[in-house]
Design a protein around this ligand. Structure first.
Ligand code: UDX
Ligand code: UDX
Ligand code: ADP
Length: 480
């Protein structure tokens, strides 16, 4: 029986391993993590992450061929294939601060693997890492190992949060990069055999190590670029009277462009896009390609611009001040169907409003108050000026309250900002919300979820990203 061990029981490692276990009953899969609390949660009824369909898959396999454990060294030693799915945040200090990936967790994982391995291992890079990391890891393993053979593979994960289980069951492609040696090819085949349990062969792509590593960064950069492109057009739509939904639909009908991933928004978030692009930027800079670095940097800059444009729109619409006004924020997660708040645009929008002394009342169906308070009180480093800390005063954070109900959040508010596209925000009783709000009542829809005409009919002044402006907003000072 093949045994797989996965280091890192996070958003990627947990669901991916659960699906491998579900699809490969003949393989034993153990997920390990240095966080005992995480492992305890994976073994409980309250899984540490919210992901539609995940509970069912875990319930079907846990205790059968899927295990979660803190006994890291034992399971590493016993495994044939080791997936490494530890976190790779952006470096916050030192060389490359603000852009380069922090590989501390990766390096310590590799050293530990070298230390405890007594039999040959296939080590699979699952977390997104800079191109050529495999080479560095290979060196750590071979220089610290005890004569065992290590084959390194790059097998980047393309799942998106909120649809992780669907994506894993039915991936567009599985990508496996390996060394072009006999041993390397054997290792690629061994991993291919795992996926072949449920993924059609023509969707399993094999490449060299560097192509696989770079494909992941490139795919995320392309996806994020589409959003920054449509968001850039959204600003122009507001200025000209075009409608971004109509424009995106017309553009996406070109089969060379395609219809997906063209929703204008308050900005993209999530743990991957910004981090991976900045990583790409850093790699370009290190390889003497400043023009290419500059090109990709613009994708993140437009995203930052889109968030501050939204904040400016809110403030300028409400007579140029939100000081002391109650602003309801509906949605805090970086997208619907997840409780994840990493790099969510809501953090920057809330901080922007708090900077103008607003009182904020937040409702999100999946994000806890603790998480929101933590996110808003953490000082972020400015990626473009890494010595700069964007800090939030403790008094500003006190202006935040978190509710478990959209009606409670909006009661008595001067304005409502919709920052995540949760389906339930489409079904809210907006007449009831309008009746309970201060007048004039404003709605700023950062996700294009509401029916603008209907809400204007109720009496709201509505701003929706990239949509023709309300006559009210047209007469307010220009947003820059
Ligand atoms: C992304 C990639 O899609 C996935 O392949 C990769 O493995 C990890 O990074 P994820 O961050 O989970 O996945 O979610 P995704 O659906 O890509 O959304 C990222 C952000 O873009 C979200 O904030 C989302 O709201 C935003 N977005 C997405 C838009 O603003 N408009 C769109 O049209 C699509
Ligand atoms: C383009 C648009 O495709 C068309 O829809 C519009 O109406 C007019 O402009 P055209 O300029 O005739 O059409 O040719 P196109 O096939 O788009 O190629 C434009 C240039 O891009 C060419 O120099 C082509 O060689 C280059 N190209 C195209 C690439 O370098 N790589 C590609 O993948 C595709
Ligand atoms: P991702 O979104 O990439 O899955 P997460 O932050 O959700 O990232 O998960 C990464 C997990 O890896 C965390 O639970 C963290 O505790 C774990 N981790 C980090 N370093 C190690 C290590 N050396 N051994 C085992 N687990 C680790």
């Amino acid at each position: 029986m093949v045994k797989i061990c996965c280091l890192g029981a996070g958003y990627v490692g947990g669901p991916t391993m659960a699906v491998i276990a579900r699809k490969c009953p003949s393989i034993e899969v153990v997920v390990v993590d240095i966080s005992v609390a995480r492992i305890t949660a994976w073994n409980s009824d309250q899984l540490p992450i919210y992901e539609p369909g995940l509970d069912d898959v875990v319930k079907q396999c846990r205790g059968r061929n899927l295990f979660f454990s803190s006994d890291i060294e034992k399971h590493i030693a016993e495994s044939d294939i080791i997936f490494v799915s530890v976190n790779t945040p952006t470096k916050t200090r030192g060389l490359g601060a603000g852009k380069a990936a922090d590989l501390t967790y990766w390096e310590s994982a590799a050293r530990m693997i070298a230390d405890v391995s007594k039999s040959d291992k296939i080590v699979v890079e699952k977390s997104t890492v800079p191109v050529k990391t495999a080479e560095a890891i290979e060196k750590i393993l071979t220089h610290n190992g005890r004569g065992t053979n290590f084959q390194i593979l790059s097998n980047p994960e393309f799942l998106a949060e909120g649809t992780a289980i669907q994506d894993l069951f039915n991936p567009d492609r599985v990508l496996i990069g390996g060394r072009e040696t006999l041993e390397g090819r054997k290792a690629v085949q061994a991993l291919k055999d795992v996926y072949a349990h449920w993924v059609p062969e023509d969707r399993i792509l094999t490449t060299n190590l560097w192509s696989a590593e770079l494909s992941k960064l490139a795919a995320n950069a392309f996806l994020a670029q589409r959003i920054s492109s449509v968001n850039a057009i959204s600003a122009l739509c507001e200025a000209t009277g075009a409608n971004v939904s109509e424009v995106a639909y017309a553009v996406g009908k070109d089969s060379r462009i395609g219809p997906k991933f063209l929703n204008a928004s308050v900005g993209f978030g999530g743990s991957c896009f910004q981090k991976d692009i900045l990583n790409l930027v850093y790699i370009c800079e290190c390889n003497g390609l400043p023009e290419i670095a500059h090109y990709w940097k613009q994708v993140v800059k437009i995203n930052d611009y889109q968030k501050s444009r939204f904040v400016n729109r809110v403030i300028s619409s409400m007579f140029n001040t939100v000081s002391g006004k109650k602003i309801a924020v509906l949605g805090f997660a970086f997208k619907k169907d997840t409780g994840d708040t990493r790099e969510t645009p809501a953090i920057d929008v809330c901080k922007g409003l708090l900077g103008d002394k607003a009182k904020i009342s937040i409702y999100d169906p999946q994000v806890t108050e603790d998480q929101i308070q933590r996110d808003l009180s953490v000082n972020k480093i400015d990626w473009d000026h890494p010595l700069h800390l964007q800090s939030m005063s403790p008094t500003a954070v006190k202006q935040v309250s978190v509710t478990w109900d959209a009606y409670e959040a909006t009661k008595g508010a001067h304005g409502v900002c919709i920052l995540t596209e949760w389906d339930e925000f489409k079904q809210l009783d907006y007449q009831r919300i309008y009746d309970s709000m201060q007048k004039p009542a404003f709605i700023f829809d950062g996700r294009n979820v509401v029916n603008v005409e209907k809400l204007r009919g109720i009496g709201f002044i509505v701003y929706s990203i990239g949509k023709p402006l309300d006559s009210w907003l047209k007469h307010m000072p220009a947003v820059v």
